[in-house]
Write a protein that binds this ligand. Sequence first.
Ligand SMILES: Cc1cc2nc3c(=O)[nH]c(=O)nc-3n(C[C@H](O)[C@H](O)[C@H](O)COP(=O)(O)O)c2cc1C
Length: 192
Amino acid sequence: MLRKNTEVVDFLLNRRSRPAKTLVGPAPTQDELRVLLTAAARTPDHGKLEPWRFMVFEEKSLKRLVDLTNKRGKQLNKPPEKLLKTLTALQTGATMVAVVFSPRESIKIPEVEQILSAGAVCLSLLNVALASGWGANWLTDWIATERVFLKQGLGLTDKEFVAGYIHIGTESIIPPERPRPNIEKITTWVDS
Ligand SMILES: Cc1cc2nc3c(=O)[nH]c(=O)nc-3n(C[C@H](O)[C@H](O)[C@H](O)COP(=O)(O)O)c2cc1C
């Protein structure tokens, strides 16, 4: 039977990402990550298609992605300060989980619903990481969608992309609160 879980509600009312560039090690162990991934995969998924999967990047594979990001970023003429920002997020001591969107053929479930499910997985992974005491951040940047990077770096097929790179590590600072939506402004109480 459902009961009010005050701690969870309180967490959701106050949750706040920790910017990737402020993360440090240690990162979760693989056993700790398995728990986070299990919670994240427990996400609404119309038609049970599982149109998403995880790729975990730790120290060694992150180093490979750093080299590729540098090379590909220069080929694409990314401005140096933007490229540095992308590279910095990959070199913090945090682990990075790519939530890969993998569309499934379906006559019943449109692709947009599959993408929404992948986004929901990203938020679940972010939230369970934060709720477990890890600093975490959901980023995309050009490395989430650039075809050559995705093929060479992650081995994705042409139909796949990264719905989110979830960086998970140890927080070094607590960021200030940012403005939050005005609920009255964005809510219509439909009464007829
Ligand atoms: C799909 C998606 C992609 C994002 N990509 C980036 C990004 O590439 N770079 C960035 O600085 N922030 C990005 N953000 C925003 C960060 O996650 C940001 O830290 C977040 O807005 C903090 O929200 P919170 O305070 O509610 O946790 C992205 C957010 C979403 C939902």
